[in-house]
Write a protein that binds this ligand. Structure first.
Ligand SMILES: Cc1cc2nc3c(=O)[nH]c(=O)nc-3n(C[C@H](O)[C@H](O)[C@H](O)COP(=O)(O)OP(=O)(O)OC[C@H]3O[C@@H](n4cnc5c(N)ncnc54)[C@H](O)[C@@H]3O)c2cc1C
Length: 536
């Protein structure tokens, strides 16, 4: 992954690409991997950094979706369970088994959830993770030592996958590049071009670093703009009827002491009848999420005060250890690109299936779905895109395609385990310059070598790229990330050849973004009635 080379390839191309993809989230990068692995010529353009949108802001679950089972959407659950198994097979360094405990306080909960979760196991078939089982009160407390004990009867444990979303995305970008795709971050698509018959035949983008305009002809243009995909559609057709009903979900991040035994809590029915998780992640505890309809997608969505209170209140109902706003290390918000439905009254009722929509102009939009099913979405999308563009048919090889970093025993790399096989090369950087091995902050294990690695081999261009998506510092502990910014700016500036003014501007820009991940210790007074949050 080298941005200068990618840009040169994009500028030098004298003939149409087979496919140009707009959007560098899980959907777009998944399509780039699939199309390039089939042998098509592919260019992907991302307006910010890879994963700046929803794909770095998920609950970090590779899952079939227990909730969809309850809704009776068996085919969606089966598809997701199969994809969960394929992802663990192809990226074992990034996907791990996690035990989820459903604590039981009522007599009927053990048989009810026990049977439901057995069905979940059965649906996974040969792609199964651990087998669910009933737990006694003592076994439940062993797995969840901080849970409320009053009235606790026992629990049910089931297994699902967990991952680091932004890291998987960066590894997918590397995989697509290895398969021959050109992928460019900081290159917003500003217009689409049309041929004499009015069909979309390319895009116009801007390289934000040089300010240069980039024109790319394409046999088919694929819009993978996630929650922004309607804005991309309007570039081709200004009066396009919106496809997306955006809905935001927040997560609060605490230190690891809230889940000390490494198991997650699954709350199957919150006070408004939804599902909520508390999961251990990178030594911290992530609690969420909500499902609140919003008017418009933005790149740095902010949590609503009511969402913060709702998550805290729900967590407080289950945890013996007191939990408050002062414990929050970071809050992050993602926007679901849910596909609109005429009948649905709230966004949580909207389908999590993916949709492929072809506008009259020939612009193909792929959206909806989940991170877990990105591979299957990509396969479906490339099948349809190649037919639309009359490209020669080529089989999809991604079911058995190892993802960059593939390593079966990555745990042995400790804090560098998420890098998989790349961890060895990062260790080489530390051997060559031992100062790069020092942690950048006592609260987090990130070190300087990760910054150098991100700049040289992962197309990190800003302090935010490093602290939010190449490492996960901002998502884990926003104050620590702010404190790390000057050293990151220094190392990144050194690697990219930037002066002190650039470094100072980077620190200031990061500070501004990071402030949105902090919450005030006291809740601000409410102004007027607030919409009730609905939990996903
Ligand atoms: C709160 C929450 C929790 C979730 N949890 C899970 C989970 O645990 N497991 C799971 O499987 N799924 C989960 N999901 C779903 C999953 O995260 C999304 O389905 C997935 O990330 C969507 O990816 P995407 O690529 O479609 O969108 P995005 O990641 O938003 O990518 C779209 C990209 O397009 C770019 N773009 C837009 N316009 C342009 C333009 N004009 N030019 C160039 N680029 C452009 C944007 O900058 C953006 O990076 C969750 C979603 C939310 C909101």
């Amino acid at each position: 992954m080298n941005r200068a080379e990618m840009l040169d390839r994009a500028l030098a191309r004298g003939e149409p690409w087979d496919m140009v993809i707009v959007g560098g989230g899980a959907t777009g990068v998944g399509v780039a991997v699939d199309a390039a692995a089939r042998g098509y010529d592919v260019l992907l353009l991302e307006q910010c950094d890879f994963g700046k949108g929803t794909s770095s802001r998920s609950t970090k679950l590779v899952h079939g979706g227990v909730r969809y089972l309850e809704q009776g959407n068996i085919s969606l659950v089966m598809e997701a369970l199969k994809e969960r198994g394929l992802l663990r097979q192809n990226a074992p360094h990034l996907v791990s088994d996690l035990g989820f405990v459903v604590p039981n306080y009522e007599w009927w909960e053990a048989p009810f959830y026990g049977v439901g979760l057995k069905v979940y196991n059965l649906l996974a078939g040969r792609y199964g993770f651990g087998v669910s089982q009933m737990l006694s009160r003592e076994e439940t407390l062993e797995r969840l030592p901080t849970i409320k004990t009053e009235g606790l009867r026992g629990g049910v444990v089931y297994y699902d996958g967990q991952f680091d979303d932004a890291r998987l995305l960066i590894n997918l970008v590397a995989t697509a590049a290895e398969q021959g795709a050109a992928l460019l971050n900081y290159a917003p698509v500003t217009a689409v071009t049309r041929d004499a018959e009015g069909f979309v035949d390319g895009v116009v983008a801007r390289d934000l670093e040089s300010g240069r305009e980039l024109r790319a002809e394409a046999k088919v243009v694929i819009n993978a703009g996630g929650p922004f995909c309607d804005a991309v559609r309007r570039l081709a057709q200004p009066d396009a009827t919106p496809l997306i009903a955006p809905s935001q979900g927040i997560h609060l991040v605490f230190d690891g002491s809230f889940l000390p035994a490494g198991n997650a809590i699954m709350v199957p029915h919150t006070s408004d009848g939804r599902v909520m998780f508390a999961i251990p992640w990178h030594g911290h505890t992530v609690v969420g999420t909500t499902d609140t309809p919003i008017e418009q997608a933005t790149l740095e969505p902010r949590p609503f005060e009511e969402e913060i209170e709702f998550v805290l209140e729900t967590a407080g109902r289950y945890l013996r250890k007191p939990i408050s706003r002062a414990d929050v290390r970071s809050v992050f918000v993602g926007i679901r690109p849910l596909v609109r439905s005429g009948e649905a009254r709230n966004t949580s009722a909207l389908s999590r299936d993916h949709t492929i929509h072809i506008d009259a102009s020939g612009l193909l939009t792929v959206t909806g779905g989940k991170w877990t099913t990105y591979r299957n979405m990509a396969e479906d999308c490339v099948n349809q895109a190649s037919t639309l563009a009359r490209l020669p048919e080529k089989p999809c090889p991604t079911r058995n395609l190892n993802i960059h970093g593939f390593h079966r025993q990555a745990e042995k790399f400790g804090p560098l385990s998420v890098y998989g096989s790349d961890a060895l090369l990062i260790q080489d950087l530390i051997r060559a310059e031992p100062a790069l091995g020092a942690p950048l902050h006592p609260a987090l294990p990130c070190c300087g070598a990760e910054v150098v690695w991100a700049a040289r081999f992962e197309m990190a261009r800003t302090v935010e790229d490093v602290l939010a998506r190449r490492t996960r510092a901002l998502f884990l502990n926003a104050r620590a990330a702010i404190a790390m910014a000057p050293r990151v700016a220094e190392l990144l500036g050194r690697e990219l050849g930037r002066d002190q003014a650039w470094r100072d501007a980077q620190i200031a820009a990061f500070h501004e973004v990071a402030m949105g991940y902090l919450i005030t210790p006291a809740a601000p007074p409410r102004r007027g009635p607030a919409p009730p949050p609905a939990l996903a």
